[in-house]
Design a protein around this ligand. Structure first.
Ligand code: AMP
Ligand code: GLY
Length: 431
C-alpha cells in the first residue's frame, strides 16, 4: 500500500513509525524530515503549497494520503485530492473550519447545544476594549483564525486584556476576536476516528501546554502527554461521547459538511461536567506520540477504512498499558531558540524496552562515517515509554530522557503528575 503522509513533525514521525509496522506499506512524506527519511522517501514540498502537493499526488497515485497538520486541511487539500479520485484521511475545508475559525466553532457549538464557555465576538478593537472595561475577570481572549498557538490569551485583569486585544488584532488571525468566559478545571484531549457515520474513540489523553512545571510560563505546542487519563473514567467517557462527540459529528453532517478524519475535542472537565474549549481537525501533537505505541491494530487499515467510509468494518484494539511522553525542547522555546547542537544518546534511549523516540526538530548530518543528529527546531523530540500504570510509564520515560542530551535541553519534570494525583484520589475513593 502506497501512502503519502503530509507533514514533518513528531506527530508524523509517530504515525509513520506505526504505519510501517505493516510490511506492505510504502511511505512517501512531504515535506518529511530526517526521521521520516529513515522510513521512506521524502519530497520537500511545503504543507501550504497546495498546488504542488496535488500535482505530486496525481503523479504518485498513492492508495491513501494522510494529512497531518491543520493548514493544508483548512486550505482544502483533502477536497482537491478527493476530486482527483484519491483516498484521503482528513476532513474537507468546510468541515475543517471547526479548527480554522474559532468563531465558526463557537457558533456551531451553540447551534448544536454543545457545552462550552459563554462568549462574545468582536469585529473591531474599540468595541472589544469597551466590553473589557465593564467585564469581570479572569477572561479568555482568542483570535478567530489559525495562529500557531499564539491566538489565545488568558487575562487576569483589565490592563492585560487591553494589551492582549492590541496584540491579537495585529495578527492576520485576529480580524475577529472572541472574548470568552474562563473555565476552571482539568484539560483533556479527546480523539475519535470518524468517517462521518461511525465514531471510534481513541484512549483519552492529557497534554501539558505550558513550558514550565506546574502549568506555568507561556503556552507551547505541547510539552508532554500521557494516555489514558485516569480522570476520564467510563462514566465521563460516555458523557463526552454522547453529549459532545456524537452531536458534533451529526451536526456537521446535517449542515452539509460531514467530517471524515480525526476529530479532536479539547475539553475542560469542570465541576459542572465536560465543556468544549476548542475543536481540532487532526491528530494532536504530542498526544499522538503517546497513543501510537498503544495501538495494537494496523493503523494503515484504520485510516484507509475512514477514507473509504467503512470505519464500521474495523476492530480497533489498544494495549492495556499506559504511555507517557516527555518532550525535550531547545533553550529559549517557545521564544527564539538555539539550533545546531549535537544530540547524543538517541540510540541508548531507543535500545530500552518499550521506549520510543519521535523526532520533530532534528537534522541528521553525515560526518565521516557517522550519521550525527543536531537540534533544528523548538520542540526537538519526544520520548514515549509504556508502563503497566501511569507511575511506571512516567518513570520509564524519565529514565530514557536521562540518556539523551544536547546543549540547553529543556523538559518538564512533572509530566503525568496531575494524572498520578487523580489516580491516588480514585484509589482512595474506591478503597
Ligand atoms: P484553544 O486553542 O482554544 O484550545 O486554547 C488554548 C489553551 O488556552 C487551551 O488549551 C486552554 O489551556 C486555554 N483555554 C482556552 N479557552 C479557555 C477557557 N475558556 N477557559 C480556560 N482556559 C482556556
Ligand atoms: N496538543 C495540542 C495540539 O495538537 O494542538
Amino acid at each position: 500500500m502506497k501512502i503519502l503522509l503530509i507533514g514533518s513533525g513528531g506527530r508524523e514521525h509517530a504515525l509513520a513509525w506505526r504505519l510501517k509496522q505493516n510490511p506492505l506499506v510504502q511511505l512517501i512524506s512531504a515535506p518529511g524530515s530526517s526521521a521520516l527519511a529513515t522510513l521512506g522517501v521524502c519530497s520537500p514540498i511545503a504543507p501550504d503549497n497546495i498546488g504542488a502537493l496535488v500535482a505530486f499526488a496525481k503523479r504518485e497515485k498513492p492508495d491513501l494520503t494522510i494529512i497531518g497538520p491543520e493548514l493544508p486541511l483548512v486550505l482544502g487539500l483533502a477536497d482537491l485530492l478527493r476530486n482527483e479520485g484519491l483516498a484521503v484521511f482528513g476532513p474537507s475545508a468546510r468541515a475543517a473550519q471547526i479548527e480554522g475559525s474559532k468563531v465558526f466553532a463557537k457558533d456551531f457549538m451553540v447551534r448544536h447545544n454543545l457545552p462550552t464557555a459563554s462568549y462574545a465576538v468582536f469585529y473591531d478593537k474599540e468595541e472589544a476594549q469597551q466590553y473589557l472595561e465593564g467585564a469581570s475577570y479572569p477572561l479568555v481572549l482568542k483570535a478567530d483564525g489559525l495562529a500557531q498557538g499564539k491566538g489565545v490569551v488568558i487575562c487576569g485583569k483589565l490592563e492585560s486584556a487591553l494589551k492582549a486585544v492590541t496584540e491579537l488584532t495585529k495578527q492576520q488571525a485576529g480580524r475577529r476576536i472572541i472574548i470568552e468566559e474562563y473555565l476552571a478545571g482539568e484539560e483533556i484531549s479527546y480523539f475519535a476516528f470518524t468517517d462521518g457515520h461511525t465514531i471510534k474513540p481513541l484512549p483519552s489523553a492529557q497534554d501539558h501546554k505550558t513550558i514550565f512545571d506546574n502549568d506555568s510560563g507561556p503556552n507551547t505546542g505541547g510539552m508532554g502527554a500521557y494516555s489514558p487519563a485516569p480522570l476520564v473514567n467510563e462514566h465521563l467517557n460516555k458523557t463526552i461521547l454522547e453529549t459532545i462527540i456524537k452531536p458534533t459529528v451529526m451536526g456537521l453532517a446535517t449542515e452539509g459538511s460531514p467530517f471524515s478524519g480525526l476529530l479532536y475535542a479539547g475539553l475542560m472537565i469542570t465541576l459542572s461536567g465536560p465543556k468544549l474549549l476548542e475543536f481540532n481537525a487532526r491528530f494532536g501533537d504530542p498526544e499522538t506520540q503517546a497513543l501510537m505505541p498503544l495501538l495494537k491494530s494496523d493503523l494503515a487499515e484504520i485510516l484507509l477504512a475512514v477514507a473509504q467510509n467503512r470505519l464500521h468494518e474495523t476492530n480497533i484494539e489498544w494495549e492495556k498499558k499506559t504511555a507517557a511522553t516527555v518532550v525535550m525542547s531547545s533553550a529559549g522555546y517557545p521564544g527564539p531558540y538555539r539550533e545546531g547542537d549535537l544530540i547524543t544518546g538517541l540510540d541508548q534511549a531507543r535500545a530500552r524496552e518499550n521506549v520510543f523516540v519521535f523526532e520533530s526538530g532534528v537534522e541528521k548530518r553525515m560526518e565521516g562515517t557517522e550519521l550525527n543528529s543536531y537540534t533544528k527546531g523548538g520542540r526537538v523530540l519526544s520520548v514515549t515509554a509504556l508502563g503497566d500504570d501511569l507511575s511506571l510509564a512516567v518513570k520509564n520515560a524519565y529514565e530514557a530522557v536521562q540518556d539523551i542530551s544536547f546543549k540547553g535541553a529543556h523538559y518538564r519534570r512533572d509530566i503525568g503528575g496531575k494524572g498520578l494525583r487523580q489516580s491516588l484520589l480514585y484509589d482512595t475513593e474506591t478503597n
